[in-house]
Write a protein that binds this ligand. Sequence first.
Ligand code: NAD
Ligand code: GLY
Length: 358
Amino acid sequence: MNTPLRIDVTLGQHSYPLHIGPGLLKHTALWRSYLRGVHVLLVSDTNVAPLYAQRLYAGLDGLSWSELTLPAGEPSKTLANVRQVYEALSALGANRDACVIALGGGVIGDLSGFAAASWMRGIDFLPLPTTLLAMVDASVGGKTGVNLPAGKNLVGAFHQPRGVVIDTDTLATLPEREYLAGLAEVVKYGAIFAADFMDWLAIHSHALQERDPQVLAETIARSCRYKAAIVAQDPTEQGQRALLNFGHSFAHALETTTGYGHLLHGEAVAIGMLQAARLSTRLGWARIEDEQQLGKLLAALHLPLEPPPGLNAETLLQHMRLDKKNQGGHLRLILWHGVGQAEMVTDVAETDILAILG
Ligand code: NAD
Ligand code: GLY
């Protein structure tokens, strides 16, 4: 096996590596090196467990371990399922040196990471992401949590993993719609930090649709480097990390309003980024050409550009008022001055936001 690519998230004593490459679930010595105690809970979902859990069993030999398989999809990201993880940990007799392994996408990663953050005030967490979205974003940086009916990710904690092992072979079975949704978070890095990455993605949009292994490897590596760098700079989102929420205030409102799982998270992010770009144009912050460039790239990647019809703008705005970034009763949004130049903005008039939502 070739040596996997390693990217470090540098956070002092909480630093950890991301290992990226094909076949890594079978690289037992690599992921097992992150287990410190004897208790391991393997959490996965009903789509992923039958495909990949077995690859891990040999590596768990000799440990006291069990597995929990939750229903696949966004509606599973609930406190009730966090409780299921606690119950499985309890049945296992897991104490402070236990580890929760999350085998799956961002839903399994976020919810089992939150359980790991809170079980006995924090135990080890090892994500083994199997969606593109989780590989390039959700598994990196320690944001964990669940949804409430009132809003996305309203309950959660920062809890950095021990390491992240990204087996790119698992993308072979990822359904097309899920794969494309992951590309939205990739585009986000270009949109907020790197105009040259946006150009590169546009040039390689066909190869990306074809899941060309080399282009995909480069895409994952570049995305993970952007994410690792910003997390290292601002692990608990006191400033710059908030830029990663470009389009997300709009997206979370869309996901909550339409019902979790109706729009995939990445699809909502694609629509939300375009709405943020439109608002930036409307406010005179950016040129319309930048918004058009973003729309063209998202369309080339077969991502949705418009929200589903019939949504109520005031309801969407109501959800945006509950966004975690807001402060002192003021909405805070991530807008841009153009491709690669995002900025946090306070005090955008609600009439302007409503005009975009309407
Ligand atoms: P997901 O976890 O629901 O996975 C998508 C679907 O693909 C599921 O049905 C799953 O069973 C299936 N699947 C996963 N891997 C597969 C594979 N290799 N082969 C076949 N099927 C597979 O969704 P997601 O897009 O990975 O994650 C979305 C979640 O991530 C959202 O809840 C979002 O809020 C969260 N998120 C978190 C962060 C963070 O920083 N923590 C960042 C971005 C997104
Ligand atoms: N996905 C946004 C963040 O990790 O900050």
